[in-house]
Design a protein around this ligand. Sequence first.
Ligand code: ADP
Length: 384
Amino acid sequence: MEQAAILHLEDITKHYDQHTTPAVDRVTLTLRQGDLLALLGPSGCGKTTLLRIVAGFERPQSGLVVLAGRPVAGSGYWTPPEQRNTGMVFQDYALFPHLNVAENVAFGLKNRRSGMNRTSIQKNTADAIALVGLSGLEKRYPHELSGGQQQRVALARALAPRPSLILLDEPLSNLDVQVRLRLRQEVRSILKEIGTSAIFVTHDREEALSISDQVGVMRAGCLEQLGTPEEIYTNPASRFVAEFVTQANFLPARRRGQLWETEVGSFEISNRECPNNIQFPNDAIPDSGELMLREENVILKPDNDAPLLIRDRHFLGREYRYCLQTPSGKELHARTALNTPLPVGIRVQLSVADPSIPIFPTIATSTPITPAYSATGWAMGNGQ
Ligand code: ADP
């Protein structure tokens, strides 16, 4: 049975200043009850603004926000943040330094209009603290806790009133790598355990893909693509999504008969070349474009006469990442298993494991899009 929607955004636009481009530009999306949506995109693309619109901290100039079936903003409706039954978790934890863990968690309950009695407040507080694994630390003050523990307190505080929707604004960004990797899975388990819907803002693609049921990729205020992590990764709707979300190379190609010709060799054109969501006129196979070669799909074979040169090799723990140079000086990357390391300085033939290679329209100037830290992406030395 189709789950009910907890949130529906209809054509939301927000300008901070009428003379500049909108921070959020005609965004429409629906979040199902119990789902976790990650809003992913580079800094400044409007993720936080959209989250704040849902929370009620910002008013959109146009569009409609419907929360749990009730319009709360737009079309003449306005419900203030404290009446929206949402919980918020911020990047900097925003705990009260003079209150201990239990007092911080109970704070939202005491200030609620719900009229909770003392016993219910104590029970909700204890339940929320237990849920985030902090039982026994109730009397500690924020300065006596690690960053990860402080963020658990913030999560417990947001969960204690049992909101219908939790909004998390880059909640893991201030934590070190190990804590961050552990906490992101825990946050997901906790939210799933209690069935709370959530929106999670992040600029880290791996975080977004691993934690969420749906990913909304944003660019310059617009929602570029909305889909499951698998859909976004395997079938990116635009070059921007492909570049931001996947680890892929883009290689200029010209069509000749049934082949794509590139400076590093030819690739057969398969009939799955143009997924419907990649917009070429009439979905026809174009004469030229840029082939998307995923780093993990690239196969390298030593060949003295081949045009590609191995410039560098990085050991990533589970695999090697090769940095390759094309005759025109373009840099390509490949990630391969550890069993047969190839030496730096040799020439290699490039082929691709998946014969169906997506092609995207050529873009005039490719602005490099640097995804934030990726857990698999740290080079641990070079393997010359
Ligand atoms: P993100 O969360 O993706 O980094 P934001 O929603 O914070 O993006 O910002 C989107 C755009 O709106 C940016 O250009 C930013 O400079 C602008 N912006 C954000 N908050 C304000 C504000 N309070 N006043 C004016 N401009 C703002």
